[in-house]
Each structure stands twice: as structure tokens, then as C-alpha cells.
Design a protein around this ligand. Structure first.
Ligand code: PGA
Length: 231
């Protein structure tokens, strides 16, 4: 199965640095699309410029959003609904990230509605889970939608800290996840970088990368090493 590498830019970059990132990435990255699927999640306002650069440079990169409205298009001030993304060819939506739960008080119920909206729009949810949410979140989500999700194990202590989770922590979470949800598509996120990516790809299909995706050189190197591991 193809490896999945998703770069989450969070609330970083502007139009100029987004263009520069894609131009640099195009010069550096050289990966086999049969082996690895590369996805980038810019902030909403930079999706158009990202799409433009991906097309212009003919890059084999897919687009993700970092959030999605739980509502359809309509009178919901400040929201970005799936229908607003038409034409941008967004394929993934990162949902339930701990930063959204923590700073914007997202609940399991709200996240479950976002998952539903993404699935309705044929956008694949990348559902972020950590130990405390495993039971409640998996119960909140419609059973038939779980197999549609990529589930990312995102331990709070590992996010942005440099304190990446051990392989045994990842495998024990995966075992519990499989016991609760069945054998869903599973990736890991939390301080993943070019030096440690290989170990996570031995126990998961892919990685969700924050800090190490912001610099095109680092991200291209991380992808290069993730493919080498497979050879
Ligand atoms: P990090 O972020 O790679 O900077 O730890 C990961 C994430 O938030 O998904």
C-alpha cells in the first residue's frame, strides 16, 4: 500500500512564502507516486495559490484542508463549507486536531458532523485521535463512516514538542484502535521529521507532519527517506 505523507502547515505562511515553498519543492522533490502519496494542508486563504502552483509546476501533490464546516454552504458567517472548496480539488480534511479541540473547544459531536460533511463531499477525513478521545470520538462518528477515514494517532505530548512517541506507544494505540474501530487506515503524527519518519512507517501507513513540512527542503528530504525505507 502507498505511504501517505501529509504536511500540515497550520496557521503559517502567506501568498509569497507559499509560492516560494512550491517552487523550491519542485526543484528538490523527486519521488515515485506509486510508492508515496504526498498531501499538503495550507491555511484556507492559501488554497487557491497552492492549487495554482501545483498545476503550474505539475507537482504530484494533493491538497488538504485543516478544518471544515460542520454545516453546508449558506448563512454561517466565518465558516468554510465543503461546497466552498469546489474547483480546488481538495482531497483530504484534517479534522479533530487537538489544537482545534484545545483552542476552539471543538467537541466530539461537532467533529463527527464535520466528518459527515467531508464524506458527503468525497473529501477524505484525516481524523486526529489521542487516547482520551478514542472511545468517545469513535462512538460519536457514524459507524459506516469510520472505514472512510484515515485515523491519525496524535498524542498531545508529541505535537510540536520534539518529544515524538515511541514505537511501542504507537503500536499499542493502534491495537486499541483496531479493537474499537476495526482495521482502519492508520497514520501517526507528532514531531515527525526526516530522521525518525522511517520508524513510524514500519508500524503505520503514513505520517502527519507539522513543523517539518514548513520548509520545502526538510519536507522533500523527509519524503525521500520515507521512500528509501521501502526499497
Ligand atoms: P508537529 O505537528 O509535527 O509539529 O509535531 C504535528 C501535528 O500537529 O499534526
Amino acid at each position: 500500500m502507498k505511504k501517505l505523507i501529509i504536511g500540515n502547515w497550520k496557521a503559517n505562511k502567506d501568498e509569497v512564502s507559499t509560492s516560494a515553498w512550491f517552487e523550491k519543492f519542485a526543484r528538490l522533490a523527486n519521488f515515485d507516486v506509486d510508492q508515496v502519496e504526498v498531501v499538503v494542508a495550507p491555511p484556507f486563504n492559501l488554497l487557491s495559490i497552492a492549487r495554482q502552483k501545483i498545476d503550474e509546476l505539475a507537482l504530484p501533490i494533493k491538497l488538504a484542508v485543516q478544518d471544515l464546516s460542520p454545516m453546508p454552504t449558506g448563512s454561517y458567517t466565518g465558516e468554510v463549507a465543503a461546497g466552498n472548496l469546489h474547483g480546488l480539488r481538495v482531497e483530504y480534511a484534517i479534522l479533530g486536531h487537538s489544537e482545534r479541540r484545545r483552542y476552539f473547544l471543538e467537541t466530539d459531536h461537532l467533529i463527527a458532523n464535520k466528518v459527515e460533511m467531508a464524506c458527503l463531499a468525497n473529501i477524505k477525513p484525516v481524523l486526529c485521535l489521542d487516547e482520551p478521545y478514542l472511545m468517545t470520538q469513535s462512538r460519536a462518528i457514524k459507524k459506516e463512516l469510520l472505514p472512510e477515514c484515515v485515523v491519525a494517532y496524535e498524542p498531545l505530548s508529541a505535537i510540536g514538542s520534539g518529544d515524538n512517541a515511541s514505537i511501542s506507544e504507537v503500536t499499542s494505540f493502534k491495537d486499541r484502535l483496531y479493537a474499537v474501530c476495526g482495521e482502519v487506515d492508520f497514520i501517526y503524527g507528532g514531531s515527525v521529521n526526516a530522521d525518525n519518519v522511517n520508524q513510524y512507517l514500519l508500524v503505520s501507513r503514513g505520517v502527519l507532519v507539522g513543523g517539518a513540512s514548513l520548509d520545502a527542503t526538510n519536507f522533500a528530504e523527509l519524503i525521500r527517506r520515507s521512500v528509501v525505507q521501502n526499497e
